[in-house]
Design a protein around this ligand. Structure first.
Ligand SMILES: NC(=O)c1ccc[n+]([C@@H]2O[C@H](COP(=O)([O-])OP(=O)(O)OC[C@H]3O[C@@H](n4cnc5c(N)ncnc54)[C@H](OP(=O)(O)O)[C@@H]3O)[C@@H](O)[C@H]2O)c1
Length: 397
């Protein structure tokens, strides 16, 4: 990760590609773009399977190209864009074509490790990438960061915690940091007993007290797996060793990330809990545009509190920390097993309490079978990813 240079000549709108345009982050991008007329020009939009939503998004943002992953949504996409001069395509190659479309910035906001392929295509094209899709780095951190250097690409952290840290760093070398802390709201179950958490329903897990997000990350936030994935993301983004990374629970979600230096100075990034702040920062970088979000009102907030994360009630964070410390292919397997477990929970096939069990048992089985060697390439990471998905799916079955 490095500071990107000014991408456009003065006055020219910045050309954007939005991967995951129909999702929660995609919608935050659309709001910032539409609130800043003339600043941005959306070239291409990418969605998963909701063709009608992608068509509406392409029209609203004036995109030239709309690509959808799943063939089941292609007819709706074409129907929605009938009469509009917007190119359409479907399938993995279409997604990669969108990612490589000439642009000044690519927003990577597809959910899950399936976002790795298009994000990697943008990296190979040497793009500046606003990275929300943390799974890209959790699944294939080492090969991805090597490819970023090799192709002269740039990763701008869009995840709010990493964005806060990036801003606090202000271009300083992360090796000067003695402790990097990301905060967690604690999620909807922060004050629940372990017994009650184990039986939490889908609706309860999706009811995040502070953030409005897609279903996968909402469940991960409820289990605190999201914080574990973010530690792994921070490790790769900032090239910071696991032992310098910390998590603090901060229910108000105003302070998102902190960095401490050897002299005891600590710099923090504060913002109200609305992704448009990090989105606006990434879209305009290195300039600033209005996000539509006010700065935190400290008098109105009156109190900001911090507490330690409880690894007994939230074992997913412990399991993720262990995978980070272990390294090699453990984070890849962790992420893959978690994707299967979360999908199983959202479909009503497993209880909330089974989520960390599926992940831990998958990791144990893969360790036992010697299947978590260091992934030296994207292909090797994907092989571990698919092996872990198969093992986790077998556990669910
Ligand atoms: N939401 C947040 O506040 C937030 C904050 C920080 C980081 N993030 C990260 O940002 C990413 C997106 O999160 P989100 O909350 O915006 O998710 P979301 O609301 O579920 O949206 C996911 C997006 O990915 C698309 N998609 C799903 N499967 C796909 C596939 N196989 N191929 C291509 N596109 C696919 C979806 O298209 P359809 O609409 O057609 O399904 C949608 O556009 C995640 O990695 C998450 O961890 C999110």
């Amino acid at each position: 990760m490095k500071n990107s240079s000014r991408a456009t000549s003065a006055g020219a709108p910045k050309r954007l590609v939005l991967l995951g345009a129909t999702g929660s982050i995609g919608k935050s991008c659309a709001r910032v773009i539409l609130d800043n007329p003339g600043r941005f020009c959306v070239e291409a939009v990418v969605g998963g399977r909701d063709g009608a939503a992608l068509a509406r998004c392409a029209i609203e943002l004036g995109a030239k190209f709309a690509a959808i992953a799943d063939a089941s949504g292609y007819a709706d996409l074409k129907a929605g864009l009938a009469g509009h001069r917007i190119e359409v395509a479907c399938g993995p190659q279409a997604l990669e074509a969108a990612a490589r479309w000439p642009a000044d910035l690519v927003v990577s906001a597809i959910v899950g490790a399936v976002g790795l392929g298009p994000t990697y295509a943008a990296i190979e094209a040497g793009r500046v990438i606003a990275l929300a899709n943390k799974e890209t780095l959790v699944c294939a951190g080492a090969p991805v960061t090597r490819a970023v250097k090799r192709h002269g690409a740039t990763l701008l952290p869009l995840d709010s915690e990493h964005n806060a840290i990036f801003q606090a760093l202000g271009g300083r070398d992360p090796s000067e940091v003695v402790c990097m802390t990301i905060t967690a709201s604690g999620g909807p179950f922060r004050e629940w007993s372990a017994q009650r958490i184990a039986k939490a329903t889908r609706a309860e897990a999706l009811a995040h007290p502070k953030w409005s997000m897609g279903p996968k990350i909402s469940v991960d936030s409820a289990s605190l797996m999201n914080k574990g994935l973010e530690l792994i993301e921070a490790h790769h983004l900032f090239a910071i060793p696991a032992e310098k990374l910390a998590v603090v629970v901060h229910p108000q979600s105003i302070v998102h990330g902190l960095i401490a230096f050897a002299d005891g100075s600590t710099l923090a990034g504060l913002a109200n809990p609305d992704m448009r702040t990090a989105v606006a920062h990434c879209l305009a970088h290195p300039d600033r545009v209005a996000s539509g979000v006010a700065a935190p009102d400290l008098i109105a907030l009156s109190k900001l509190t911090f507490e330690a994360a409880d690894l007994d009630r939230f074992p997913a964070l412990r399991i993720a920390r262990e995978a980070l410390a272990e390294g090699k292919g453990a984070p890849t397997a962790l992420n893959a097993a978690n994707e299967i477990a979360v999908a199983g929970f959202l479909d009503g096939r497993i209880a909330f309490g089974a989520l960390p069990q599926v992940v831990e048992r998958t990791l144990d089985a893969m360790r036992g079978a010697g299947e978590i060697d260091m992934p030296e390439s994207i292909e090797a990471a994907l092989a571990i990813h698919h092996a872990a998905r198969d093992r986790a799916a077998a556990l669910l079955a």
